[in-house]
Design a protein around this ligand. Structure first.
Ligand SMILES: Nc1ncnc2c1ncn2[C@@H]1O[C@H](COP(=O)(O)OP(=O)(O)OP(=O)(O)O)[C@@H](O)[C@H]1O
Length: 383
């Protein structure tokens, strides 16, 4: 395993229009660190991974793996994939169907002529790490999806490469297996750290697995931090939206009251802004609740009058979609055990109040194109 250093990495694709898939990207990954690249489709995650692997030819930048420069555009260094000591685990498993599990896991050791590792039981040890030791003589077609992905994981790790790259490796598994393999991967990394870059568009995977996570947008990193930092303090509205703050309320302070469109914001928890203009408020569905009326708002809450549009039962919670008079749709995840009794009888068409915790909400400057966090003092809407 190794420290990874990426500097000024750029990959453009010709076409109409041309695309800058990776845009002047800088990234430092610590030895043994598990870094997750998170972002929507097309933001450049896979291209970044492919550049690290040597499968793309970047138009600028440098990539260092440990002490070796594996790519440097200026001095025309571009080591091919087989000369970079990297393991890869793909979404599609990509196991050789005509080889047993043992031969599949052996493959990187044979390709690199690592005879000592072959002789010393490294294959069996790695299979043991991912709980595949009893499957070694089977063929991939005789394995479940979860078992195949564990074998692919063993193959990616067996040679103890400088870096392991994961391209959405869990997305082909059903929900239960995905959770199970994710937990196993996390535990494995805790027990035996390896340097990893893991690409996903699933925020729960990023939060669970990453030592740090990078939120990507248009080929660049919008925010890089620990999952807790990114989740609690999204630096921009884009990050907030991508990490679950799905409710977006544009509020305008005028004539002494806050309004969202034509709807008046209830409660006194939103404070007048110091600067004129709109504030964008982002709220997680689980930081909101439904209240029976304005009188039921707590001092730290603000609210909007809404009509219930849909109620989905989720076991211990309800996912409720509501709509304001102005047509804004908002969602609430209500914990049934901690909620008011009226939720049991809640139905489409009911008039209630969408109440949100103004301290848990995050506030952004609404000036066009800018999604930067506004300091509470400049927007002044924090209670
Ligand atoms: N070979 C290519 N030729 C032209 N454009 C490409 C090529 N590969 C990727 N792109 C473009 O580069 C941008 C980044 O693509 P990339 O696959 O890296 O995104 P991603 O974040 O991994 O998306 P996804 O989650 O859908 O895999 C996209 O706009 C994509 O259309």
């Amino acid at each position: 395993m190794s420290h990874v250093s990426v500097c000024g990495l750029t990959r453009r694709f010709d076409g109409n229009p041309p695309t800058v898939a990776v845009a002047d990207l800088d990234l430092e990954i610590e030895d043994g660190e598990f870094l997750v690249l998170l972002g929507p489709s097309g933001c450049g995650k896979t291209t970044t991974l492919r550049c690290l692997a040597g499968l793309e030819s970047p138009g600028a930048g440098t990539i260092r793996l440990g002490d070796s420069v594996v790519f440097d555009h200026a001095s025309k260094i571009d080591l091919p994939p087989n000369r970079r000591f990297i393991g890869m685990v793909f979404q599609s498993y990509a196991l050789w169907p005509h080889m047993t599990v043992r031969k599949n896991i052996c493959y990187p050791l044979k390709a690199r002529k690592m005879k000592e590792a072959l002789a010393s039981g490294q294959v069996e040890r790695t299979a043991g790490l991912v709980d595949c030791q009893d499957l070694l003589d089977r063929y991939p077609s005789q394995l479940s999806g979860g078992q195949q992905q564990r074998v692919a994981l063993a193959r990616g790790l067996v040679a103890q490469p400088d870096l392991v790259l994961f391209d959405e490796p869990l997305s082909n598994l059903d929900a239960r297996l995905r959770d199970q393999v994710r937990a196993e991967l996390h535990e494995l990394h805790q027990r035996k750290p390896f340097t990893a870059v893991f690409v996903t568009h699933d925020q729960s995977e990023a939060l669970a697995l990453g030592d740090r996570m990078a939120i990507m947008r248009s080929g660049a990193i919008e925010q890089l931090g620990s999952p807790r930092e990114v989740f609690e303090e999204p630096a921009t509205e884009y990050v907030a939206a991508f990490t679950g703050m799905s409710n977006r309320i544009v509020a305008h302070f005028t004539d002494g009251v806050w309004k969202s469109g034509t709807d008046e914001v209830l409660g006194a928890a939103l404070r007048p802004p110091h600067a004129a203009g709109d504030a964008v408020v982002r709220v997680r569905p689980d930081d909101a609740r439904l209240a029976t009326g304005p009188d039921a708002l707590a001092p730290h809450e603000a609210g909007l009058p809404v009509v219930v549009a849909d109620v989905e039962f989720g076991g211990r919670h309800l996912d409720v979609t509501v709509q304001t008079g102005g047509g804004l749709r908002l969602s609430v995840r209500a914990d049934i055990r901690r909620s008011d009794d009226f939720l049991g009888a809640l139905g489409r068409g009911d008039r209630v109040v969408f109440a949100f915790d103004t301290e848990a909400a995050r506030y952004f400057d609404a000036s066009e194109g800018s999604h930067h966090v506004a300091e509470p003092a400049s927007v002044g809407v924090i209670a």
